[in-house]
Design a protein around this ligand. Structure first.
Ligand SMILES: [Mg+2]
Length: 251
């Protein structure tokens, strides 16, 4: 159980991998308001990216297109769909893993189940599917049973629990894979990886970063493989701010 605050390190030697929802912005339910990226956050990430010679990426469950829309006009390197797609450098073409063979069949089954089950919401996010039940935690078991039923061995899919939802995702993608992929390439390679995340889906990232002797930071409560912990999104911004040399700060 991580209890300690992450150390004050120099951003100059680090590669930053940042989850979005619940890490950089307050966790937003998809059936409520879309999270807002404020200019303070854009400025902070720009300064941090400069301080780290460009080694900064968002690693999210959202698609890269959605991340781009939220940060507009700022464009960041990013990996979306939990490592299912990625753009290692700004301006580079988006790349992705192949479509899992069982995805379309799983889509039909899960969508039909959600339509017939009040309190749930179905979402297709590119290569993954989500069954939301944010206000009805009692539906988790039923949603998980449906999700598990479509994740047959040859589907190329697996089910994961997350906050207020179950997700169905390609077996070949997770945030750990995403981070390792970044770390093989410049400007990330050779730096100390730093990964911040708040959810169960971030655990693969924490494990990958720990194996690379990096800094893994869990945001908020809950058991985790992360080595450090910060209490909330405000503490994340404060800590990231503290890593930038005063001369690099833009505000
Ligand atoms: Mg998150």
């Amino acid at each position: 159980m991580p209890t300690q605050q992450p150390p004050r390190i120099s951003a100059a030697n680090c590669a930053f991998f940042l989850d979005f929802d619940g890490t950089l912005v307050h966790f937003g339910n998809p059936d409520e308001i879309v999270p807002v990226v404020d200019d303070g956050l854009r400025g902070l990430l720009l300064a941090l990216r400069d301080a780290a010679d460009g080694a900064l990426a968002v690693v999210s469950g959202r698609t890269v297109a959605a991340i781009d829309g939220l940060f507009e006009p700022l464009t960041l390197a990013s990996s979306g769909e939990h490592g299912g797609e990625w753009r290692h450098l700004v301006g580079e073409e988006l790349q992705s893993i192949p479509v899992p063979p069982g995805l379309d069949a799983a889509h039909k089954i899960c969508e039909a189940w959600s339509k017939a089950t009040p309190g749930t919401l179905f979402e297709r996010k590119g290569l993954s599917l989500v069954l939301h039940f944010h206000r009805h935690p009692e539906l988790r078991e039923a949603a998980a049973a449906v999700a598990q039923s479509v994740c047959t061995p040859d589907s190329g899919l697996r089910m994961l629990h997350a906050r207020g939802m179950v997700e169905i995702r390609p077996v070949s993608a997770d945030k750990g894979v995403a981070i390792r992929r970044f770390m093989e390439l410049p400007p990330y390679a050779g730096r100390t990886p730093v990964f911040l995340g708040d959810d169960v889906t971030d655990e693969d990232g924490f494990t990958a970063v720990n194996a690379l002797d990096g800094i893994s930071v869990k945001i908020g409560p809950g058991t985790s493989h992360a080595r450090y912990r910060l209490p909330n999104e405000d503490a994340v911004r404060e800590w990231l701010e503290s890593l930038i040399e005063p001369a690099m700060r833009q505000t």
